[in-house]
Design a protein around this ligand. Sequence first.
Ligand code: PLP
Length: 371
Amino acid sequence: MVDLQTQYQHIKAEVDKGINEVIESAAFIKGPKVAQFQANLEEYTGAKHVITVGNGTDALQIALMALGLKPGDEVITPTFTFIATAEVVALLGLTPVVVDVDWETMNISIEGIRKAITPKTKAIVPVHLFGQCADMEQIMSIAREYDLYVVEDACQAIGAEYTFSTGVKRQAGTMGHIGCTSFFPSKNLGCYGDGGAIFTNDDELAQKMKAVANHGCFVRYHHDFVGVNSRLDSIQAAILDAKLPHLNEYIAARQRAAAYYDKAFANNAHILIPGREAASTHVYHQYTLRLINVNRDAVREQLAALDIPAMIYYPIPLHLQKAYQDPRYLPGDFPVAERLAACVLSLPMHTELDEEQLQYITRNVLEIINK
Ligand SMILES: *Cc1c(COP(=O)(O)O)cnc(C)c1O
C-alpha cells in the first residue's frame, strides 16, 4: 500500500543528518529540533500554534480535554472513520453521537449533523476522510448557530486546502477551534515511529493544550489539573522537519497517481471513483473505490494473488462495533456508512508509484472486475 523504503532512499542524506544532529546533541526530549519543526509547520499550515504530541489519537484526546467538557456532554462524529475519533470521546466519559456520511465524498453528512444536535451537544469532530476536507463551510456555520466547538480530525488530510465561499483559503486542521493530525509512518507526512500535532489559532486553548500534554502544569511541578504525558521526541521531529519541505511534491505525486486511476476506472459500470468535495483539494491519503454489483472480497483476494495489495477502510462502522454497542443505534440506522463498509476498496497510494506499477494495478483490477 505504501513504499517507505524507496521514499527514504530519496531523502536519506537530509534525514540521516537530522537524526545524527539529535544524537550528537543528546537533546532527545523537547530539544531545539522540536521547536524548529513546530515553527516550520506553523508556517506551512498557517496555524498560529502548532503543538506536537505523541500521536494523532493523543492529539484528539488532548484537544477534547482542553475544552472543559463534562461527562454526558455529547460530541458528534461520523460513524464511518478510524476508531480513534470516537474512542477518545468515550474514554473521557463524553457521549459519542455518530452520524451518517455522504455517499460521494464519504465525509460526515451535514443533514446528519443537524438531526443529531440536542441541548447536550458541545462539539463536532468532523474527519477529513481519505484526504479531502469535510464540508467545513456548513460545519462552521452550524457550530456558530448552536455555539459548538469544532475539532477537526485532519489525521489523513495534512496539506489539503479548503476554499470558503468568501474566497478565503484554509488548510485542513486550521478551520475549526482545534485541528489534529497524525505522523504515523504511512500518513501523508509520516515520521519513523509515532507522532502527532494539534493546531489552533486560539492563544488560550494553545496554552491549555500545552499544559494538558505536560501533566497538567503551566509551571513546572505545579499541577493545576489532571493531564497526560504526550510529546513528539526530537528524533521524530528531525525526520519530520527533513520531510516537510517535500510535502508539496508528495501531495502532487499522490494526485498524479489518483488522476491515473480516475482515468482508468472512469465509465466502468462496476466501479465508482472517489466523489470530490468541490471546495477542497484532495491529498489522497487513500484512493478508495466503491465497487458495485461485484464480490468486493473476492476481488481483493484475486488482487492479492497478483501481489497487488488492496485494503478495506473501514469494514465496520462505529455504531456496529462491539465496544460501541449502544441501544440508541441499530443496524440499518446509518445506511450510507453500512453500504460503504460493504463496497469500498482502497488501492495502493503513495509517493513512489510509477507508471509501470499503475498500469499493472489498473489493468488487473479491470480484468478481474470485468470477468
Ligand atoms: C491515523 C488516524 C488517527 C490516529 O492517529 P495515530 O497517530 O495512529 O494515533 C485518528 N484519526 C484518523 C482519521 C486517522 O486516520
